[in-house]
Design a protein around this ligand. Sequence first.
Ligand code: G6P
Length: 360
Amino acid sequence: TDIEKGTYPHFMLKEIDEQPFVIRKIIQEYQNENDEIKLDPEIRQAMKDCDRIYIIAAGTSYHAGLLGKQFIEKLANIPVEVHVASEFSYNMPLLSEKPLFVYISQSGETADSRSVLVQTKELGHPALTVTNVPGSTLSREADYTMHLHAGPEIAVASTKAYTAQMAVLAILAVDTARAKDIELDFDPMQELAIVATAMEALTDQKEKLEDLASEYLSTTRNCFFIGRGIDYYVGLEGSLKLKEISYIQAEGFAGGELKHGTIALIEDGTPVIALATQENVNYSIRGNVQEVEARGANSMIISMEGLNKDGDAFVIPQVHDLMTPLVSVIPLQLISYYAALHRDCDVDKPRNLAKSVTVE
Ligand code: G6P
């Protein structure tokens, strides 16, 4: 490949560090000279015309879709369903009258997503692809494309594409809200600029995150991620990162669901990483941490400034509560990276995985 690692030991670390620049690039690309959102008017119309959005994706892109649903429902007031591409045809949902399909794919080549696109095109439904590769199969075959502008992502474990996907979906949600005359107290470009600065503050704290990785994850067999609401979805992505590159068996759970079974797996020393970035669940997620600690867990709380308490392992800077996923995922990416490094894993090319999976 023509892309170089430069001074970085791995593409993954380089791509983690690129995230603030990618966010700033997205702000630039999606803004016109009047500081308005720059978007293909046909996409705006398609968003206005639909009565329900079906997001289709795989892997990390699916996790970005779960957060895209939050943005679109909360800001643009359109119901959204998020589906794992490979499952869609077996569980074809009852479609609304005017569905819009949104395909999220870093590569634009994922076969599972493409097969759903072929199906929904046959049914005559409009499709928007959100991808890092305009001109890719999913981009060419959909009606509309939104570009992630993340630059080539080489490491198999996706990092900057995930945060770019969320940024672009947040912009899309706000654009739609404005097109529908919904009053919002949320300027996406301003909030994303704050995110970029927060990201920078985090990528500067690698030593601390490396220490946490070695303390919690250098010998463990498994690890749990817990969160409530938005934090839960970020935990799913955190657990996927850790599994992919360190081969630690990791699972993300909703804080309140733990006690319904999974808590049986907590033993002396089991690492539990809890996210606490949302005011409305700050009390309850901390209660869940106490529950697992009482069973011997080695817990680590990653909280947001303003909601943090003494003893939290790591605190992220304050950002808008809808934007926390773009920031809270950074320590999770870095902890996974260092855990894999300490366990002598091939960070950029983990076993059994491919960057883009072109078979169903
Ligand atoms: C593969 C990669 C994952 C990625 C998924 C979806 O499994 O290993 O990192 O999230 O495909 O890829 P896409 O290109 O569609 O986002």
